[in-house]
Ligand binder design. Sequence first.
Ligand code: NAD
Ligand code: DAU
Length: 351
Amino acid sequence: MNWRKNILITGGAGFIGSHLVRLMVNKYPSYRIICLDKLTYAGNLKNLTDVENAPNYAFVKADIVDANAVETVFNEYQITDVIHLAAESHVDRSIEGPMEFVMTNVVGTVNLLQKAKDFWKGDHHVFHHVSTDEVYGSLGNEGLFTEETAYDPRSPYSASKASSDHFVNAFYHTYGLPIKISNCSNNYGSHHFPEKLIPLMINNIVHKKPLPVYGKGENVRDWLWVNDHASAIDTIFHKGRIGESYNVGGLNEWTNIDLVRHLCRLLDNKLNRRAGESEELITFVTDRAGHDLRYAIDATKIEKELGWKPSITFEEGLEKTVDWYLENTAWVDEITSGSYRNYYEKMYQNR
Ligand code: NAD
Ligand code: DAU
């Protein structure tokens, strides 16, 4: 088959990556989608079972830090484009051990950039780097992050992502590599690893375990449904301008404590529990070191220039998410029975 494009999606077995792979495989049968993933604790081939037999899908287990492995994939699949999501993604883990974040998020990204620069000749290629709003630092009570906001990363995770963004831009300015960057706010949805706030709280509410809210729960995040992030990446990849960054967000700010209370109510209802029962599980614990107060995105550029906007409300998205977790207990149980237990004990016992 003569594929129109051979698109390498790194980190495709993770949370956001698996939603993007599914979207691209189903929407573009003339593209071949090559999913490259190291399958760390966060990568899971069960996230991709519904596309694993598609004729335009291939999976490669590899580490983006391994330059030889990256080279082999480019040669074997004649890669025309990259959508790069592979990363260490959890802020709390970056506080415990920053070096893994430097290796994957910085060194791994530069490896991919080098290969794309050497491999691609002529136009019609895209290197789309998927990044985060955390590169902008922390907001006070007012204001929004725009594409012009100065970078001010404050956690080892955000410092590594900011560094990777800088390298991506450097390859554009120095070598003319055709790059695009997207900086997105907090995602939620199905297949979300239960170390992150929303799936962790759903899982703990279901099992009547304490709900660990950091500090006073006053920190604010802007939540976007993961499928809407995938559709934003698709839009930017196809229609965004080369050399540009696009902010992606839901205009949907919640304090953590309000969000956790909302989840408690939703689940009390779905599990036929007494009103207020799950809220009794809320436990305020020691705050995250250097905890950013507030993230909020101004998504005017992608909305006006590319015509993208979120497709559903937070209430709808959250209900779909909760339903998915209640219906997919095998997925959750498998993840939470292994090394997750050690992680959970280390992070939350005596906190
Ligand atoms: P995730 O942790 O769920 O998945 C990361 C994936 O990358 C996993 O499948 C993992 O196996 C793979 N991976 C890790 N190290 C690798 C390596 N060295 N080589 C190859 N594969 C490797 O992360 P996510 O939440 O899906 O985030 C995906 C991307 O989107 C990341 O770059 C993240 O910074 C960015 N992002 C995430 C959010 C969010 O809310 N989750 C928001 C904005 C941006
Ligand atoms: O903003 C985009 C970023 O969102 C992404 O780049 C990251 O990859 C992603 O992990 C996410 O980072 P956060 O640190 O905002 O997400 P997390 O789910 O870890 O935490 C959300 C908020 O909830 C944060 O203020 C910390 C708080 N929290 C988190 C956990 C896990 C708690 O209060 N208790 C918890 O147990």
